[in-house]
Design a protein around this ligand. Structure first.
Ligand SMILES: [Zn+2]
Length: 158
């Protein structure tokens, strides 16, 4: 049953067993996106400004504008940075007795810098994930809200 629902191996989700489309390399695409490169070819630039993606890869022509990363990269960055900062604060507090102003002068700049440093790579990885899984029009089809055919059939029968 699980094999029917998920198409067997995890790597093939969204790929050929699931939809008849060739499987795209998920981790390679996410790594390329993380490095700010096109998830398909790994050569062209993914971003035209800080977190604004290009519409199309300048190297292979792959359309990038389909992505809908939205707020997801920011949520991921909050989780990562939050864990690092809280862990770092607790570790430092355990070994040194610093006054509040010293903690603030360490952790606030570090939080801002780390969040800014991670936002673009994490967004690139999310775009790579969406590309590899054929999400939001990356497979060549329009990104439309899926209907519920069983409801349409029921309505037609009434
Ligand atoms: Zn490309």
């Amino acid at each position: 049953m699980e094999q029917q629902v998920f198409g067997g191996e995890q790597d093939s989700f969204g790929g050929e067993r699931h939809s008849g489309r060739p499987t795209r390399p998920l981790w390679d695409a996410m790594r390329r996106g993380f490095q700010g490169r096109c998830p398909k070819c790994g050569e062209g630039r993914l971003f035209r400004s800080f977190v604004k993606t290009v519409d199309r890869c300048e190297h292979c022509g792959e359309e990038i504008h389909h992505h809908r990363a939205d707020d997801f990269p920011a949520y991921i960055v909050v989780v990562i940075v939050g864990h690092i900062m809280v862990g770092g604060f607790l570790a430092l507090e355990a070994v040194a007795d610093l006054p509040l102003w010293a903690h603030l002068s360490i952790w606030i700049p570090l939080t801002v810098l780390l969040a800014l440093a991670l936002l673009r790579p994490v967004k690139g990885a999310i775009v790579g994930l969406q590309w590899a899984l054929y999400m939001h029009g990356f497979g060549g089809s329009e990104d439309v809200v899926e209907s519920h055919p069983e409801l349409l059939e029921r309505r037609a029968a009434l």
